[in-house]
Design a protein around this ligand. Structure first.
Ligand code: ATP
Ligand code: MN
Ligand code: MN
Length: 305
Protein backbone atom coordinates (compact mmCIF):
# COMPACT_ATOMS: atom_id res chain seq x y z
CA UNK A 1 0.00 0.00 0.00
CA UNK A 2 1.05 3.57 -0.63
CA UNK A 3 1.72 5.70 2.49
CA UNK A 4 -0.61 8.67 2.37
CA UNK A 5 1.10 11.27 4.52
CA UNK A 6 4.71 11.52 3.59
CA UNK A 7 7.47 9.04 3.05
CA UNK A 8 7.61 6.29 5.63
CA UNK A 9 4.66 7.63 7.62
CA UNK A 10 3.13 4.16 7.47
CA UNK A 11 -0.32 2.63 7.70
CA UNK A 12 -2.64 3.56 10.57
CA UNK A 13 -2.19 1.62 13.81
CA UNK A 14 -4.28 1.43 16.98
CA UNK A 15 -2.99 2.57 20.39
CA UNK A 16 -5.33 2.31 23.41
CA UNK A 17 -8.08 1.69 20.89
CA UNK A 18 -7.46 5.01 19.12
CA UNK A 19 -6.65 5.04 15.43
CA UNK A 20 -3.29 6.69 14.86
CA UNK A 21 -2.61 7.82 11.31
CA UNK A 22 0.91 8.37 9.92
CA UNK A 23 2.48 6.66 12.96
CA UNK A 24 5.95 6.96 11.44
CA UNK A 25 5.78 10.73 10.97
CA UNK A 26 8.52 12.58 12.81
CA UNK A 27 6.79 14.94 15.22
CA UNK A 28 9.73 16.73 16.79
CA UNK A 29 11.80 18.11 13.99
CA UNK A 30 15.25 16.47 13.93
CA UNK A 31 14.85 14.51 17.15
CA UNK A 32 13.79 11.19 15.68
CA UNK A 33 10.58 10.99 17.71
CA UNK A 34 7.67 9.63 15.71
CA UNK A 35 3.97 10.01 16.31
CA UNK A 36 3.90 6.36 17.38
CA UNK A 37 6.78 6.92 19.84
CA UNK A 38 4.80 9.78 21.31
CA UNK A 39 1.64 7.65 21.60
CA UNK A 40 3.61 4.91 23.36
CA UNK A 41 5.19 7.48 25.67
CA UNK A 42 1.77 8.85 26.72
CA UNK A 43 0.37 5.33 27.08
CA UNK A 44 3.23 4.56 29.49
CA UNK A 45 2.96 7.75 31.59
CA UNK A 46 -0.85 7.85 31.54
CA UNK A 47 -1.25 6.62 35.12
CA UNK A 48 0.99 9.24 36.65
CA UNK A 49 0.04 12.01 34.24
CA UNK A 50 -3.73 11.66 34.49
CA UNK A 51 -3.59 11.90 38.28
CA UNK A 52 -2.68 15.56 37.64
CA UNK A 53 -3.98 16.32 34.17
CA UNK A 54 -7.22 14.34 34.13
CA UNK A 55 -10.78 15.63 34.57
CA UNK A 56 -10.04 19.33 34.07
CA UNK A 57 -10.25 21.80 31.19
CA UNK A 58 -7.37 21.32 28.83
CA UNK A 59 -5.53 23.48 26.32
CA UNK A 60 -3.25 22.00 23.70
CA UNK A 61 -0.25 23.04 21.67
CA UNK A 62 -0.83 21.37 18.33
CA UNK A 63 1.75 21.17 15.57
CA UNK A 64 0.17 19.62 12.49
CA UNK A 65 2.82 20.91 10.13
CA UNK A 66 6.57 20.69 10.15
CA UNK A 67 8.41 23.96 9.56
CA UNK A 68 8.80 27.26 11.38
CA UNK A 69 5.36 28.66 12.35
CA UNK A 70 3.84 25.26 12.75
CA UNK A 71 2.20 25.25 16.19
CA UNK A 72 -0.89 26.82 17.70
CA UNK A 73 -2.37 27.03 21.19
CA UNK A 74 -5.88 25.61 21.29
CA UNK A 75 -8.32 26.31 24.10
CA UNK A 76 -11.65 25.21 22.70
CA UNK A 77 -12.87 22.06 21.08
CA UNK A 78 -12.89 22.88 17.40
CA UNK A 79 -14.12 19.43 16.45
CA UNK A 80 -12.47 16.63 14.53
CA UNK A 81 -11.00 14.91 17.60
CA UNK A 82 -11.41 11.15 18.08
CA UNK A 83 -14.25 10.30 20.50
CA UNK A 84 -11.78 9.14 23.15
CA UNK A 85 -11.16 12.71 24.27
CA UNK A 86 -13.73 14.17 26.64
CA UNK A 87 -15.56 17.48 26.73
CA UNK A 88 -16.51 19.87 29.48
CA UNK A 89 -18.69 22.95 29.27
CA UNK A 90 -17.14 26.05 30.77
CA UNK A 91 -18.79 29.42 31.30
CA UNK A 92 -16.28 32.00 30.16
CA UNK A 93 -15.68 35.58 31.28
CA UNK A 94 -18.21 36.95 28.81
CA UNK A 95 -20.85 34.62 30.27
CA UNK A 96 -20.91 32.43 27.17
CA UNK A 97 -20.66 28.67 27.45
CA UNK A 98 -17.73 27.11 25.63
CA UNK A 99 -16.74 23.50 25.03
CA UNK A 100 -13.29 22.56 26.32
CA UNK A 101 -11.42 19.32 25.88
CA UNK A 102 -10.67 17.15 28.90
CA UNK A 103 -8.85 13.90 29.60
CA UNK A 104 -10.73 11.03 31.22
CA UNK A 105 -8.39 8.16 30.42
CA UNK A 106 -5.28 7.03 28.52
CA UNK A 107 -7.21 6.95 25.23
CA UNK A 108 -7.78 10.71 25.54
CA UNK A 109 -4.03 11.29 25.51
CA UNK A 110 -3.71 9.20 22.37
CA UNK A 111 -6.60 11.07 20.74
CA UNK A 112 -4.69 14.29 21.36
CA UNK A 113 -1.54 12.76 19.86
CA UNK A 114 -3.54 11.75 16.82
CA UNK A 115 -4.44 15.46 16.48
CA UNK A 116 -0.72 16.33 16.55
CA UNK A 117 -0.60 17.58 20.13
CA UNK A 118 2.90 18.21 21.46
CA UNK A 119 1.96 20.01 24.72
CA UNK A 120 -0.82 19.61 27.30
CA UNK A 121 -1.78 22.61 29.47
CA UNK A 122 -4.25 22.43 32.31
CA UNK A 123 -6.59 24.53 34.39
CA UNK A 124 -6.10 24.70 38.15
CA UNK A 125 -9.56 23.26 38.85
CA UNK A 126 -11.40 20.07 38.01
CA UNK A 127 -14.56 19.62 35.96
CA UNK A 128 -16.77 18.69 38.91
CA UNK A 129 -16.01 21.97 40.72
CA UNK A 130 -14.64 24.46 38.25
CA UNK A 131 -14.86 27.38 40.68
CA UNK A 132 -12.62 25.82 43.36
CA UNK A 133 -8.98 25.36 42.35
CA UNK A 134 -7.26 22.18 43.52
CA UNK A 135 -3.77 23.34 42.58
CA UNK A 136 -1.78 26.47 43.27
CA UNK A 137 1.14 27.13 40.92
CA UNK A 138 4.11 29.43 41.21
CA UNK A 139 5.88 29.63 37.88
CA UNK A 140 9.45 30.89 38.30
CA UNK A 141 10.51 32.73 35.15
CA UNK A 142 14.17 33.75 35.20
CA UNK A 143 15.64 36.60 33.20
CA UNK A 144 17.91 35.32 30.43
CA UNK A 145 21.03 36.46 32.28
CA UNK A 146 20.43 34.04 35.15
CA UNK A 147 21.63 30.48 35.44
CA UNK A 148 19.68 27.47 36.63
CA UNK A 149 21.40 27.60 40.02
CA UNK A 150 19.60 30.91 40.63
CA UNK A 151 16.28 29.33 39.70
CA UNK A 152 16.98 26.36 41.95
CA UNK A 153 17.81 28.58 44.89
CA UNK A 154 14.69 30.67 44.29
CA UNK A 155 12.57 27.52 44.18
CA UNK A 156 14.00 26.27 47.45
CA UNK A 157 13.57 29.62 49.16
CA UNK A 158 9.96 29.90 48.03
CA UNK A 159 9.38 26.33 49.12
CA UNK A 160 10.65 27.13 52.62
CA UNK A 161 8.39 30.17 52.91
CA UNK A 162 5.33 28.25 51.76
CA UNK A 163 6.20 25.36 54.08
CA UNK A 164 6.26 27.77 56.98
CA UNK A 165 2.83 28.97 55.92
CA UNK A 166 1.57 25.40 56.07
CA UNK A 167 1.65 24.69 52.35
CA UNK A 168 3.75 21.81 51.04
CA UNK A 169 4.82 22.14 47.40
CA UNK A 170 6.15 19.86 44.67
CA UNK A 171 8.65 20.99 42.01
CA UNK A 172 8.27 20.55 38.27
CA UNK A 173 11.06 21.36 35.83
CA UNK A 174 9.22 22.78 32.85
CA UNK A 175 11.35 21.55 29.98
CA UNK A 176 12.16 25.21 29.37
CA UNK A 177 14.01 27.57 31.66
CA UNK A 178 12.12 27.49 34.91
CA UNK A 179 10.56 25.55 37.72
CA UNK A 180 6.93 25.41 38.82
CA UNK A 181 6.08 24.92 42.49
CA UNK A 182 2.75 23.15 42.77
CA UNK A 183 0.70 22.96 45.95
CA UNK A 184 -2.36 20.69 46.02
CA UNK A 185 -5.40 22.43 47.52
CA UNK A 186 -8.46 20.97 49.23
CA UNK A 187 -10.81 23.17 47.18
CA UNK A 188 -12.01 25.30 50.07
CA UNK A 189 -11.40 28.61 48.27
CA UNK A 190 -12.58 30.21 45.08
CA UNK A 191 -10.43 31.63 42.29
CA UNK A 192 -10.31 35.17 43.69
CA UNK A 193 -8.97 34.05 47.05
CA UNK A 194 -6.41 31.73 45.51
CA UNK A 195 -5.25 34.37 43.04
CA UNK A 196 -5.04 37.03 45.77
CA UNK A 197 -2.92 34.73 47.88
CA UNK A 198 -0.61 33.93 44.95
CA UNK A 199 -0.22 37.64 44.23
CA UNK A 200 0.49 38.38 47.90
CA UNK A 201 3.20 35.73 48.04
CA UNK A 202 4.90 37.01 44.88
CA UNK A 203 4.69 40.64 46.05
CA UNK A 204 6.10 39.73 49.46
CA UNK A 205 9.17 38.06 47.99
CA UNK A 206 9.70 40.91 45.53
CA UNK A 207 9.49 43.40 48.39
CA UNK A 208 11.81 41.47 50.68
CA UNK A 209 14.43 40.78 48.01
CA UNK A 210 13.99 43.22 45.13
CA UNK A 211 17.41 42.28 43.77
CA UNK A 212 16.26 38.72 43.17
CA UNK A 213 12.52 38.78 42.51
CA UNK A 214 9.84 40.68 40.64
CA UNK A 215 6.11 40.15 40.81
CA UNK A 216 5.18 41.99 37.63
CA UNK A 217 5.36 40.57 34.14
CA UNK A 218 7.34 43.47 32.61
CA UNK A 219 10.46 42.12 30.91
CA UNK A 220 12.31 45.38 31.57
CA UNK A 221 11.91 45.00 35.34
CA UNK A 222 13.04 41.39 35.14
CA UNK A 223 16.68 42.27 34.36
CA UNK A 224 18.82 39.92 36.41
CA UNK A 225 15.80 38.77 38.39
CA UNK A 226 13.24 36.02 38.58
CA UNK A 227 9.63 36.81 37.81
CA UNK A 228 7.37 34.92 40.18
CA UNK A 229 4.53 34.34 37.74
CA UNK A 230 1.50 34.10 40.03
CA UNK A 231 -0.87 34.74 37.11
CA UNK A 232 -1.19 31.03 36.40
CA UNK A 233 -3.68 31.07 39.30
CA UNK A 234 -6.39 32.93 37.52
CA UNK A 235 -9.61 31.35 36.31
CA UNK A 236 -9.08 30.45 32.64
CA UNK A 237 -5.29 30.45 32.82
CA UNK A 238 -3.25 27.32 32.38
CA UNK A 239 0.09 25.77 33.30
CA UNK A 240 1.91 23.00 31.50
CA UNK A 241 0.79 19.55 32.69
CA UNK A 242 3.22 17.26 34.49
CA UNK A 243 4.66 14.73 32.00
CA UNK A 244 3.73 16.85 28.97
CA UNK A 245 6.26 16.91 26.17
CA UNK A 246 7.38 20.42 25.12
CA UNK A 247 7.58 21.66 21.58
CA UNK A 248 11.06 23.06 22.18
CA UNK A 249 14.63 22.31 21.24
CA UNK A 250 15.58 18.80 22.29
CA UNK A 251 11.96 17.59 22.74
CA UNK A 252 12.13 17.93 26.54
CA UNK A 253 9.45 16.96 29.05
CA UNK A 254 7.84 18.94 31.88
CA UNK A 255 9.02 16.58 34.59
CA UNK A 256 8.01 16.28 38.23
CA UNK A 257 11.11 15.91 40.41
CA UNK A 258 11.69 15.52 44.12
CA UNK A 259 13.13 18.37 46.17
CA UNK A 260 16.24 16.32 46.82
CA UNK A 261 16.71 15.75 43.10
CA UNK A 262 16.22 19.40 42.25
CA UNK A 263 19.21 20.36 44.38
CA UNK A 264 21.62 18.75 41.92
CA UNK A 265 19.81 19.35 38.63
CA UNK A 266 21.75 21.45 36.11
CA UNK A 267 18.87 22.64 33.94
CA UNK A 268 15.10 22.51 33.54
CA UNK A 269 15.15 20.80 30.14
CA UNK A 270 17.25 17.68 30.68
CA UNK A 271 14.49 15.09 30.82
CA UNK A 272 13.48 13.55 27.52
CA UNK A 273 11.23 10.63 26.67
CA UNK A 274 13.74 7.81 27.45
CA UNK A 275 14.72 9.31 30.81
CA UNK A 276 11.13 9.81 31.89
CA UNK A 277 10.19 6.26 30.85
CA UNK A 278 13.08 4.99 32.96
CA UNK A 279 11.88 7.07 35.92
CA UNK A 280 8.53 5.28 35.88
CA UNK A 281 10.28 2.25 37.39
CA UNK A 282 11.33 4.35 40.36
CA UNK A 283 9.17 5.79 43.17
CA UNK A 284 6.94 8.69 42.19
CA UNK A 285 8.96 11.89 42.78
CA UNK A 286 5.70 13.53 43.91
CA UNK A 287 4.87 10.72 46.36
CA UNK A 288 2.18 11.85 48.79
CA UNK A 289 0.74 14.59 46.52
CA UNK A 290 -2.71 13.01 46.41
CA UNK A 291 -2.89 12.44 50.16
CA UNK A 292 -2.15 15.99 51.26
CA UNK A 293 -5.07 17.94 52.65
CA UNK A 294 -4.16 21.60 52.80
CA UNK A 295 -5.66 24.95 52.00
CA UNK A 296 -4.93 28.66 52.19
CA UNK A 297 -5.59 29.40 55.83
CA UNK A 298 -5.63 32.73 57.67
CA UNK A 299 -2.25 31.74 59.07
CA UNK A 300 -0.90 31.21 55.56
CA UNK A 301 -2.12 34.64 54.49
CA UNK A 302 -0.65 36.24 57.60
CA UNK A 303 2.76 34.79 57.03
CA UNK A 304 3.06 36.80 53.78
CA UNK A 305 1.25 39.93 54.89
P1 ATP B 1 9.47 28.12 31.15
O1 ATP B 1 10.07 27.35 32.26
O2 ATP B 1 10.38 28.17 29.98
O3 ATP B 1 8.97 29.46 31.60
P2 ATP B 1 6.66 27.56 31.08
O4 ATP B 1 5.82 26.40 30.70
O5 ATP B 1 6.57 27.96 32.51
O6 ATP B 1 8.19 27.25 30.69
P3 ATP B 1 5.75 30.22 30.52
O7 ATP B 1 5.93 31.04 29.31
O8 ATP B 1 6.30 30.71 31.79
O9 ATP B 1 6.28 28.75 30.13
O10 ATP B 1 4.23 29.95 30.82
C1 ATP B 1 3.30 30.21 29.89
C2 ATP B 1 2.08 29.43 30.26
O11 ATP B 1 0.98 30.16 29.82
C3 ATP B 1 2.07 28.11 29.54
O12 ATP B 1 2.53 27.06 30.37
C4 ATP B 1 0.60 27.93 29.14
O13 ATP B 1 -0.06 27.05 30.03
C5 ATP B 1 0.01 29.32 29.26
N1 ATP B 1 -0.41 29.89 28.00
C6 ATP B 1 -1.49 30.67 27.89
N2 ATP B 1 -1.67 31.06 26.62
C7 ATP B 1 -0.66 30.55 25.89
C8 ATP B 1 -0.29 30.60 24.51
N3 ATP B 1 -1.00 31.27 23.60
N4 ATP B 1 0.82 29.95 24.12
C9 ATP B 1 1.55 29.27 25.02
N5 ATP B 1 1.26 29.19 26.33
C10 ATP B 1 0.14 29.81 26.77
MN1 MN C 1 7.55 29.66 33.27
MN1 MN D 1 5.26 32.33 33.09
Amino acid sequence: ARPRAGKGAGEPVSVCGVRLTSPGREVFHAHGVTKLDLAHYYEAVAGRMLAHAGQRPLSLVRCPQTGAKRCFFQKHDTGGFPDAIGHVEVTEKDGEAAAYLTLSGPAGLIAAVQMNTLEFHIWGSRNDRLENPDRLVFDLDPDESLGFSDVRRAAMDLRARLDKAGLATFPLVTGGKGVHLVAPLSRRQGWEEVKDFARTVAARLAQDEPERFVATMSKAKRKGRIFIDWLRNERGQTAVAPYSTRSREGAPIAAPVSWAELETLEAANLFRIPQVLERLEKPDPWEGYGKLRQSITARARQSFA
